[in-house]
Ligand binder design. Structure first.
Ligand code: UFG
Length: 336
């Protein structure tokens, strides 16, 4: 019997990547992590998982890992992810998200990797013409972050036509929450994402929080997003892997629940779950934010047979709060 091929997870020490590593281990797969620890932490990766500290844009390192570990699948998370920073520093985003992805794809093709799963984003749609947004809707990103990811989708699609590589691009909506078993969560103290910021405010790590814009064309004037539990998202990657291994075609799919909550609704829910009435400051719009982003998930359900288990805002918030409290304990015990 030949040994089971291994799966390279770039960005596996980061928030979403670390949940993917856990999901792969739970599914009996063999992950290998490559992470430059720019935002991730070594602690997020179980000690017995092979770990390479380095850059996914480093061709010789990638090539040696692929050969050394007999990699046949790459799940590519390593990226910069903050929309407003991409507006302020677009070239950094094109470098990190597009140029390095190109290098990684090239190494994958040269080394005979058969399967590539890519962490894409709802930001490729920009301000969608209608919601829930379907995968065949116009892709018209309104910020460099979305464009940097869309270009990678194009590179994968073109490469899959020309070479024997299959890919699946998952367009994530707003990922939040933490591993329900408490093994991982969002650990970066400088995170900018709404639910993370709100649970930091609820646990006293911030003196309140800001709402960016209350004059959007939405029921309460704040932006509406489709918040998806990080463990359901990790499961979608396993489903994509099964699809491709089973002979399925390369494709793109949204990953979201198909319903949204406004910023003000999310903040109220965090206050309710935590029992803490933190300060909320109403501010101007943040650049690059679309008003409403909600997924159609028909394709994920039909093609990938994706069956979410945690489609509940209170559950997402409870898991995020539990993780935030765990981080506080770690901090006071001197482990970061
Ligand atoms: N927001 C606040 N205050 C905060 C943080 C966020 O009001 O302190 C607002 C934002 O302005 C936005 C909403 O909360 O209206 C969500 O913002 P996030 O920063 O949490 O997430 P984004 O919607 O900007 O981006 C995320 C991912 C992208 C993905 C996108 C899809 O980072 O990869 O969701 O909706 F494309």
């Amino acid at each position: 019997m030949t040994a089971r091929k291994q799966i390279l997870v770039t960005g596996g020490a980061g928030y979403i990547g670390s949940h993917m590593v856990l999901a792969l281990l739970d599914a009996g797969e063999t992950p290998v992590v490559l992470d430059n620890l720019s935002t991730g932490t070594r602690l997020a990766v179980p000690a017995d998982v092979p770990f390479y500290e380095g850059d996914c844009g480093d061709p010789s390192l990638v090539e040696s890992i692929i050969r050394e570990r007999d990699i046949d699948t790459i799940i590519h998370f390593a990226a910069s992810i903050v929309v407003p920073v991409s507006v302020a520093d677009p070239l950094a985003y094109y470098e990190n998200n597009t140029v390095k992805s190109r290098s990684l794809i090239e190494r994958a093709v040269r080394a005979g990797v058969s399967t590539f799963i890519f962490s894409s984003t709802a930001a490729v749609y920009g301000n969608p013409e209608s919601v829930p947004v379907r995968e065949d809707s116009l892709t018209s990103p309104i910020n460099p972050y979305g464009r940097s990811k869309l270009m990678t989708e194009w590179m994968l699609s073109d490469t899959a036509h020309a070479r024997p590589l299959k890919y699946f691009a998952l367009r994530y909506f707003n990922v939040a929450g933490a591993d329900p078993a408490g093994r991982s969560g969002q650990s970066s103290p400088d995170a900018t994402h709404l639910i993370k910021v709100a649970v930091q405010a609820a646990t006293g790590k911030r003196s309140g929080m800001d709402v960016f814009g209350t004059d959007y064309p939405t029921p309460d004037g704040s932006c509406v997003r489709d918040y998806v539990h990080v463990s359901d998202l990790a499961q979608a990657h396993l489903d994509a892997l099964r699809h491709l291994r089973g002979g399925g075609e390369s494709a793109v799919s949204n990953i979201g629940y198909g319903h949204g909550f406004s910023v003000l609704e999310v903040i109220e829910a965090v206050k309710k779950e935590s029992g803490v009435d933190f300060e909320v400051r109403l501010k101007d719009r943040r650049s690059g934010d679309p008003a409403v982003l909600v997924a159609s998930n028909e394709r994920a359900q039909s093609l990938l047979k994706w069956t979410p288990r945690y489609d509940s805002l209170p559950v997402i918030i409870r898991d995020a709060l539990a993780w935030e409290r765990k981080l506080s304990e770690r901090l006071s015990a001197g482990r970061t």
